[in-house]
Design a protein around this ligand. Structure first.
Ligand code: PLP
Length: 226
């Protein structure tokens, strides 16, 4: 087997193990391969192994890659900063947008989805008040959720979060548990949501232990980025 194939299998096993250990939440965890600044060749190899969810954070780079993987029926996730003039192209080319963080984007994304399947939307949450990072604060999240819920062409799926980097499992898990608590409050008001996108190469096990339903893994799958 090629190296990347065994990496995918190892990662799937680790995800499954973490899911079993997460006694409170025996949910299924979806693996999204973060392919930003990775070669199409590596992406094709992963797709041949059955990987179906890929995430990009730059529109232009994604638009070059998407046609080259057309045969694999990939679900594409946008996880980068959204410029409002790019909403149309993002909504037309992606299945998920995980980084919605302000009201202005919402009608633009919805407009571009007219006549198509609803676009899956996660709100990017900035729970830890990190001013340098994107994301909406907790109160804003409720306002954004209401706006998304009112758009027929958007499907509110849940939250995406990029918490401050921690190296210890316990510290990582504590942060993710805070996110989970907030998610539960949001789910009381919007019972149809089903997604907490949290956990990356260095902390996915802690994220799953705290209730993540979707992990976004880049370097652990592909190696270093270009
Ligand atoms: C790059 C990126 C990831 C993946 O990070 P790795 O550490 O390479 O796994 C996940 N989420 C977002 C939003 C990213 O930008």
């Amino acid at each position: 087997m090629t190296r990347i194939a065994s990496t995918l299998e190892d990662l799937q096993l680790e995800i499954a193990k973490s899911t079993e250990k997460s006694q409170n939440f025996r949910q299924k965890v979806r693996l999204v391969a973060v392919s930003k600044r990775q070669s199409v060749e590596k992406m094709v190899r992963l797709a041949q192994q059955g990987q179906r969810d890929f995430a990009e954070n730059q529109l232009q780079e994604a638009l070059e890659k998407i046609p080259q993987l057309i045969d694999f029926k990939i679900k594409w996730h946008f996880i980068g900063a959204i410029q409002s003039r790019k909403c149309k192209a993002i909504a037309e080319n992606f299945d998920w947008v995980q980084s919605v963080d302000r009201a202005k984007l919402i009608p633009k994304l919805a407009q571009a989805r007219l006549g198509l399947k609803p676009l899956n939307v996660c709100i990017q949450l900035n729970l830890f008040n990190e001013s340098q990072k994107a994301g909406a604060g907790p109160e804003e999240v409720f306002e954004l959720a209401e706006l998304i819920e009112n758009e027929q062409n958007l499907a509110l799926r849940g939250l995406m979060v990029l918490p401050p980097r921690q190296s210890e499992f316990t510290a990582q898990k504590r942060q993710f548990e805070e996110v989970y608590d907030f998610y539960r409050q949001l789910a009381e008001k919007y019972p149809n949501i089903d997604t907490i996108s949290m956990g990356m190469s260095g902390d996915f096990a802690a994220a799953i232990a705290a209730g993540s339903t979707m992990v976004r893994v880049g370097t652990r799958l592909f190696g270093d980025r270009n």
